[in-house]
Design a protein around this ligand. Structure first.
Ligand code: GLC
Length: 762
């Protein structure tokens, strides 16, 4: 069979089609069918290809390429089949024909149904660029970034088109704010990844149309995808994040609690009321979010003067009370001849254009607005410089919103002219990467202006945005179904590289109830981004507004979170090396346990915690499945042997929480905000009889760790003996004292400068 080889690239062709296979690493291959589109990948930066040994054999019927991990077969009809090295099928081309779903409706019925507003036969028309793969009976799907529905995506279809839709987001929603076309499949127990790197609107059907196949189709551009192997689900995630990048180490305080509401920042007085209530009620909190109301007429990079005497002074005062200020920024720049951001952007040609060359105008919060063309470096640099205004006021980061881009005067037409790198491209191509490029501009601007690890939150994203920004899941509502959805949604985001994510606790839209707020803070307490946020005009949902017992319960869980900040920070340290999420579905840790493969109502944190929140109104007990191993009830210490389902009583104040027996954890002292530099005393707790733990410490804010300024500690308990080893010492503030605690014993150690090690304190 004919094919061409150029180093690690193989070209296959017949009369009808041609495609290339590129071996990127032994575990990653790229499939590329050229449809004439050019331009960079927005997800993948830098050259990821590594020199790889490939064993090539061919005969009349097929060509076989073998790497150390994958066995790739192309037959004479140009079907592509990929197996793992033990020849287990992973991704196989479907050889039959696609048969669109028969919805049993005739044109007349369709018209009739439509007159009552029902959408039927929703078109995925015009998406001729497609690949169809064989579906096994037991195949499960995970990932796909930020979608509604359940952990296993099989049986559903989704669109990748960044969408701001304020309706209650339920499992029939096809698209949300982010497009992360990364799918994890598990076929007969063997995992693989598929990453479709094309920013045009795309569609996936995961066995809804047929139980024989699944497919991906895209409106335009090249068929450009990566098949990703790995012996385990974890390895697939690690390989995918090798390609698209990992969440960088955050500043430590970003892991603290954050309070938000659209409306607070209307005045200094209102923000002061919130800050004072948090402290008066002994509620730990690190960040106050400033929504659009702080701006002067919703003009980005301005601060209103009527209700703020001196924003800089105010922000300094808040900082002294332990609060940082996180302002929102939208991409839409107000059309206003007397406003410098607009003036400058117009003068320099920084806004996206109509096909006739005039500046494109739509409507967002400030009224008529224009949209920066973020994919141009010059525009990103300009945005970054504008961010200096906020940095100089003392704010702690930037919350990027409305960057799908959202618009109030109908969607942006497909032919609006954006840039793709330095050359023109259509909105159709750039829509899904607009938020990504804005987040990148924000990250780079913050990094340049502060020298610290940037804190960016974005609503819209594309695959790879995790390198620049944390994300939240947008406008959920105060609904029990949205509390339920939080677990699969954050777990699938985590499997898609977005290890730093959260939902609006208590729900953004609609009115919260005390019970829902209580269960939400319990369920979310390990969510990497921990922020209570609500829409203007909804019932207030700050932790104190419902009185007791809501307040005390809320406080109890925030205090637990603050004991575990260093533990979560350790998880981020490991994540930055492996791409593995902090909050994760049980299936990631126990892939062979069929009880957890579709589990939506429990999650794990690292390998240590198992969280089984109550997610239903009125419920005060629930079943908890404990996978293999020995487990301890976190609250009572009761022991369980896993692979069992137990019933746990869970009155309102109780989050069913379990910890793997024989775990050691860092345990921070109680405080009302994260003190990044505290190094007088660190405590570790042992749960069980023995264990070991690696702890990471650095200055908590800067990039000095990249130059080796960090410490690693190995804490052990074996045969009733504690030990601490400093396995790496690069940061000049090792803990002065370390305390180790178990049920039976307690021991304190003191750092000895001469020996650079810890010695038992007398
Ligand atoms: C969008 C955001 C929301 C924010 C609001 C006002 O709806 O998703 O979080 O509060 O805009 O800025």
């Amino acid at each position: 069979m004919d094919f061409k080889q150029d180093k690690q690239t193989f070209t296959f062709s017949d009369q009808d089609k041609q495609f290339k296979l590129m071996v990127i690493t032994p575990e990653i291959i790229r499939v590329f069918e050229d449809h004439g589109e050019t331009g960079p990948s927005y997800a993948i930066e830098g050259d990821k290809q590594i020199k790889t040994e490939i064993n090539v054999t061919s005969n009349e019927q097929q060509v076989e390429l073998k790497t150390a991990a994958l066995n790739i077969v192309v037959d004479h009809d140009l079907h592509l089949n990929v197996y793992d090295r033990h020849n287990h099928a992973l991704v196989l081309d479907y050889v039959g024909k696609r048969i669109p779903l028969d919805r049993g409706i005739n044109p007349e019925q369709e018209k009739l149904a439509a007159s009552e507003g029902h959408e039927v036969n929703e078109a995925t028309a015009g998406q001729q660029i497609m690949t169809i793969k064989t579906l096994a009976d037991d195949e499960q799907f995970y990932g796909l970034g930020d979608k509604t529905g359940f952990l296993d995506k099989r049986g559903y279809e989704y669109d990748n088109w960044n969408t701001d839709n304020p309706d209650p987001q339920v499992e029939s929603f096809k698209a949300l704010y982010k497009s992360i076309p990364f799918l994890i499949g598990v076929k007969e127990g063997h995992p693989y990844g598929l990453f479709f790197d094309n920013s045009y609107r795309s569609h996936v059907d995961l066995g809804k149309e047929s139980s024989n196949y699944y497919y991906y189709s895209v409106a335009a551009g090249n068929l450009n995808y990566y098949i990703i192997g790995g012996k385990t689900l974890k390895e697939v995630v690690t390989n995918y994040t090798y390609l698209t990048g990992r969440v960088p180490l955050p500043q430590k305080w970003m892991l603290g609690y954050q309070q938000s509401r659209w409306g607070y920042s209307v005045s200094q007085k209102e923000v002061t009321r919130i800050a004072d209530n948090l402290r008066a009620n002994d509620l730990p909190c690190d960040v106050l979010h400033f929504d659009i109301d702080y701006m002067d007429g919703y003009r980005v990079f301005t601060w209103r003067k009527d209700t703020y005497a001196d924003p800089q002074k105010f922000i300094t005062e808040l900082k002294e009370k332990g609060f940082r200020v996180m302002p929102i920024i939208d991409p839409g720049v107000k059309v206003d001849e007397n406003y410098w951001v607009y003036q400058e952007g117009v003068k320099k040609g920084y806004f996206v254009k109509n096909p006739d060359g005039s500046i494109y105008v739509n409507r967002v919060w400030p009224g008529d607005a224009v949209f920066p063309d973020f994919a141009r470096k010059e525009v990103r640099d300009w945005w970054g410089k504008n961010i200096k205004y906020l940095v100089d006021l003392g704010t702690c980061g930037v919350w990027d919103d409305m960057n799908e881009p959202a618009s109030f005067n109908g969607p942006l037409p497909q032919n609006i002219v954006f840039s793709d790198g330095e050359k023109p491209a259509t909105h159709a191509k750039m829509h899904n990467v607009y938020g990504h490029e804005m987040a990148k501009a924000t990250y780079e601007g913050l990094k340049k202006n502060t020298g610290k690890r940037p804190y960016v939150i974005t609503r819209a994203a594309y695959a790879g945005t995790q390198k620049y920004s944390t994300v939240w899941t947008g406008d959920n509502q105060s609904l029990w179904t949205h509390l339920q959805m939080m677990i699969p949604q954050l777990c699938d985001l985590g499997l898609s590289g977005f290890a730093f994510a959260g939902t609006d606790i208590g729900g953004f839209g609609a009115d919260c109830t005390p019970e829902l707020l209580t269960r939400w803070i319990e369920a979310a307490i390990f969510s990497p981004l921990l922020r209570n946020h609500a829409a203007v005009g909804t019932r207030a949902q700050e932790p104190w507004v419902f009185g007791e017992p809501t307040l005390s319960i809320y406080r109890k869980y925030l205090k637990l979170r603050y004991h575990l900040i260093s533990y979560l920070y350790d998880r981020f340290y490991h994540e930055s090396k492996t791409g593995l999420p902090i909050m994760r579905p049980l299936v990631l840790n126990y892939p062979d346990d069929c009880k957890v493969q579709k589990m939506n109502d429990q999650y794990m944190v690292g390998r240590e915690f198992l969280v089984a929140p109550v997610l239903m109104a009125g419920q005060t007990a629930r079943q908890v499945y404990l996978p293999a191993g020995e487990w301890l009830d976190f609250w009572t210490g009761a022991e369980y042997v896993g692979k069992t389902t137990i019933v746990v009583q869970a009155p309102l104040a109780k989050l069913p929480l379990f910890i793997k027996k024989n775990t050691i954890l860092p345990w921070d002292k109680s405080r009302n905000h994260v003190d990044v530099t505290a190094h007088d005393l660190m405590t570790f707790r042992l749960y069980g009889d023995h264990g070991s733990y690696v702890h990471y410490q650095d200055d908590g804010t800067s990039f000095a760790y990249e130059q080796g300024q960090y410490n690693l500690y190995e804490v052990k308990m074996s045969e009733q003996q504690f030990s601490i080893k400093v396995s790496y010492l690069g940061y000049d503030k090792p803990y002065k004292r370390i305390r180790l605690i178990s049920d039976q014993t307690e021991q304190t150690y003191r750092f000895d400068k001469d020996s650079q090690s810890y010695e038992v304190e007398a």
